[in-house]
Ligand binder design. Structure first.
Ligand SMILES: N[C@@H](CCC(=O)N[C@@H](CS)C(=O)NCC(=O)O)C(=O)O
Length: 251
């Protein structure tokens, strides 16, 4: 049996949701409400000691890390392959998924936290927030929550993260000159993983991603949006309150 603990169909939660839908795999969906801080509750920390989504549970065994989850799914359920068979194309796919995790996602996440999570933190009364902070298992996440509950990130860091997002989109535009998908001829986990992040860029940083500047990325985005699996993933529960919906970013 496959179970997925996930939040809204965005960012790291979106990656395995698309992968599962592409493969047509049945799974039990466990929605974790990040805005109610369920990810730090003891029952969830028992499933993922980092207190973060997503987590795949396969026949009782928990697998964390969205990129690893997707590679695991592709290895165990290879019928609809999402990793290129050619070793060179597969290496290119992995360079992209590594790039998402190490470069693009941290930059985008800082912007998302600054814009949206700040508002979530501000809505919690101070004494309650202190208690919530104390139970966050990862020190880095505790610092991130405390930062947005305070003055947020310094402007130089935010500017650098915006710059990095622009670099990432530029790199996609360059890569798409030589093939329809990021790893070449075949649609792969590179597309799934980067789509899950890029999705919010036209809204948050339209200067980096638009028809005039990045036509190939816009075309790729339209092809991604048209995929039934992507549409099915996006149709998963989204409990973002109306007031925060316009930001559409994930924690
Ligand atoms: N490296 C992890 C990162 C997971 C992660 O950052 N999850 C976010 C949602 S996209 C989360 O659970 N945030 C809530 C929090 O840290 O309190 C992965 O790729 O799965």
């Amino acid at each position: 049996m496959l179970e997925l603990y996930h939040a809204e169909p965005r960012a790291n939660s979106m990656k395995p949701l698309i992968c599962l839908k592409e493969k047509g795999l049945d799974f039990v969906s466990h929605y974790v409400d990040l805005l109610r801080f369920e990810q730090h509750e003891p029952w969830f920390v028992k499933i993922n000691a980092n207190g973060q989504v997503p987590v795949l549970v396969h026949d009782g065994a928990a697998i964390t890390e969205s990129t690893v989850i997707n590679e695991y799914l592709d290895e165990v359920f290879p019928e609809v392959p999402l990793r290129p068979a050619d070793p060179l194309a597969r290496a290119r796919m992995r360079v992209w998924t590594k790039y998402v995790d190490e470069y693009f996602c941290p930059a985008l996440s800082m912007i998302g936290w600054h814009i949206m999570v700040r508002r979530i933190a501000a809505a919690v009364p101070k004494h309650e927030f202190e208690k919530l902070l104390a139970r966050i298992p990862l020190a880095e996440q505790r610092i991130k929550w405390a930062t947005v509950a305070g003055d947020s990130f310094p402007e130089e860091q935010l500017a650098d993260s915006r710059r990095r997002c622009g670099i990432a989109i530029g790199r996609m535009e360059e890569t798409l000159k030589s093939g329809p998908w990021l790893a070449g001829d075949a649609y792969s986990l590179a597309d799934v993983d980067i789509y899950s992040m890029v999705d919010s860029i036209p809204r948050l940083m339209p200067e980096h991603m638009n028809e005039a500047k990045t036509p190939r990325v816009m075309d790729w985005l339209a092809r991604m949006n048209a995929r039934p699996a992507v549409q099915a993933a996006r149709a998963m529960p989204d409990k973002t309150p109306e007031t925060l919906r316009q930001f559409g970013v994930e924690l």
